[in-house]
Design a protein around this ligand. Sequence first.
Ligand SMILES: [Zn+2]
Length: 84
Amino acid sequence: MGNAKKEQPGSPSPKPQKQQGATVIDMASMRCKADGCNKKSTRADFCEEHFEWFKMGLITREGKRAADFEKKFQQYMNQQKKAA
Ligand SMILES: [Zn+2]
């Protein structure tokens, strides 16, 4: 007997990391996916405004800007003017 391990100073025992990801992801899924938007998602992971953007093809399902965002955004703005 007497086979106990000696604790070495300066080497803290690894603590098991608690996983909190599930809660965070759940919260994030309630938010609009569009870049820089923190509004609550109301439709298909977007807020009302960005859901329109998504429908118009301005942003992808992931909330990224489309390749030809500038052009589509101009068209979108023109439509908004006409609708008003
Ligand atoms: Zn949004």
